[in-house]
Design a protein around this ligand. Structure first.
Ligand SMILES: [Zn+2]
Length: 229
């Protein structure tokens, strides 16, 4: 489908991983522009050809706040909070998105004056907390499973500091070797004493929001907010 004359593919809703961006660009023969928003808040930012995630500041105010709701300066990482100026019937005032991000202190090379979200790190629950207190992005565990042959889909749920559950959809029955590989990979990152439950399932259910998430942590990662970039 790379000869249809498509100029750009806009994607939104879930986190866009580099491998997905490359695949979409290859299949449709066009660049990929990421969009960021929420079902409640509407579109918040769109990517320009230079790669900057420009906030649609014509009708939305985006703030990055710390754990106490205090605004943080550009360059600092915290929760993304939005105030929508075009929702008169039901005003959204400093609405907490639950997403973690950073405002850029620099102007984008494309020349647009709209402010730029330098980084959207995903939902606060995308972060895992190791037994020793180290906070890491869910990607650290996604890498264990993503490239394994025969793995069609997976979901990792950190139930507590001591227990992480992994659901996998496989083309063939789960082998002891694969189970062991996943257990070792998770323990290497979260702690040697962590219990890892690996279960083969027929399908991964979507979240209540309708989105699919690869990693969910039920451990409070609120300590993240307000940290330095
Ligand atoms: Zn730009």
């Amino acid at each position: 489908m790379d000869d249809l004359g498509i100029k750009v593919a806009f994607v939104t809703s879930e986190r866009l991983y580099d491998a997905q961006r490359e695949l979409i660009a290859q299949v449709f023969g066009c660049p990929v522009a990421n969009g960021y928003g929420g079902r409640d808040a509407g579109f918040i930012a769109h990517q320009c050809p230079q790669g900057g995630m420009h906030i649609t500041a014509e009708d939305i105010i985006v703030e990055i706040v710390d754990a106490h709701g205090q605004p943080l300066p550009a360059g600092a990482t915290g929760e993304i909070v939005v105030t929508h100026m075009a929702t008169g019937d039901f005003p959204f005032i400093r609405y907490r998105t639950g997403d973690v991000g950073t405002l850029s202190a620099k102007a984008c090379a494309c020349g647009r004056g709209l402010p730029v979200l330098q980084d959207i790190q995903g939902r606060s629950t995308d972060f895992l907390v190791a037994a020793d207190g180290t906070v890491m992005h869910g990607l650290a565990l996604i890498y264990i499973l993503r490239d394994l042959p025969g793995v069609k889909a997976f979901k990792i749920v950190q139930e507590s500091l001591a227990l992480t559950a992994v659901q996998v959809v496989l083309e063939t029955p789960l082998t002891a070797a694969l189970r062991s590989h996943i257990e070792h990979g998770v323990r290497a990152r979260l702690g040697a004493a962590v219990t890892v439950q690996v279960a083969q399932v027929d399908a991964i259910a979507a979240e209540a929001s309708g989105k699919f998430r690869y990693v969910v942590s039920k451990v409070d990662a609120a300590r993240l907010y307000g940290g330095a970039p």
